[in-house]
Design a protein around this ligand. Structure first.
Ligand SMILES: Nc1ncnc2c1ncn2[C@@H]1O[C@H](COP(=O)(O)OP(=O)(O)OP(=O)(O)O)[C@@H](O)[C@H]1O
Ligand SMILES: [Mg+2]
Length: 219
């Protein structure tokens, strides 16, 4: 689509086709699966789709965008915010051109006014517009319905460092229990009777360098 009075240079046929395909994929009325190579505009399509939804009047707090990585969520959020921020101040011909590129039609005046307001509307949305990783979303679901999910209410997610500490504590507890149990059944007695000492050169194997006689050797 070309805008009357646009000062932009003509696009190559390949770019025109790419734009058309991206626009079709960014139409919220269509259910779309996009598979495209790196750097070809997947995040752009997702952001455009979100912008179209907001321009069509969707309440920001009712939208949920899920990504796999935190970086992708941050990228989408940043692009959306900067686009909406720009729309509040750009000159009208630029806004008109941007909105026309999104929808493929010349936007009515009401859509321009809506675009100007969107930045504030998203900021004011109760709970905000949710762009998050699928992990964060799953965690928030578990937090809201802990009993149904069978997790302790108020549970916290362990990061790598906390996991390592918890694992070390669990190992120590298991070993302590095993030692206590062995002492209780008399297996610990061997430690009192036979002190373990490293084998000395020239000495043959003896009871003093072995474990308890009742523990069978592993094959
Ligand atoms: N139709 C287009 N016209 C102009 N620029 C575009 C177009 N599509 C994408 N771009 C630009 O190309 C760059 C890469 O786009 P984008 O980040 O959306 O790609 P991606 O497929 O998500 O990349 P990645 O695979 O790295 O996630 C961005 O700067 C984007 O603005
Ligand atoms: Mg991307």
């Amino acid at each position: 689509m070309s805008m009357a009075g646009s000062s932009r240079p003509a696009l190559s046929p390949a770019l025109v086709e790419a734009n058309e395909r991206q626009r079709a994929a960014a139409d919220p009325a269509a259910s779309v699966w996009v598979a495209a190579s790196a750097g070809s505009g997947k995040t752009k399509v997702l952001t455009d789709r979100l912008l179209n939804l907001l321009l069509d009047g969707a309440a920001p707090e009712r939208l949920l965008c899920l990504t796999y990585t935190k970086a992708a969520a941050a990228e989408m959020s940043t692009r959306l915010q900067s686009r909406l921020a720009a729309w509040t101040v750009v000159a009208e011909p630029t806004l008109l051109e941007d909105l026309a590129a999104l929808s493929g039609t010349v936007p009515p005046q009401a859509r321009l006014a809506k675009a100007r307001r969107l930045f504030a509307e998203v900021l004011d949305a109760p709970g905000g517009l949710k762009i998050q990783t699928i992990h964060a979303f799953a965690q928030s679901l578990l937090g809201r319905f802990p009993l149904e999910a069978g997790v302790p209410p108020g549970f916290r997610l362990a990061d790598d460092r906390a996991s390592a500490v918890l694992l070390a504590e669990a190992e120590a507890a298991v070993l302590a229990r095993a030692r206590a149990a062995a002492d209780g059944t008399g297996h610990g007695g061997w430690r009192r009777r036979w002190r373990w000492s490293p084998r000395r050169p020239g000495r043959s194997s003896s009871a003093s360098s072995c474990g308890p006689p009742s523990v069978p050797a592993r094959a």
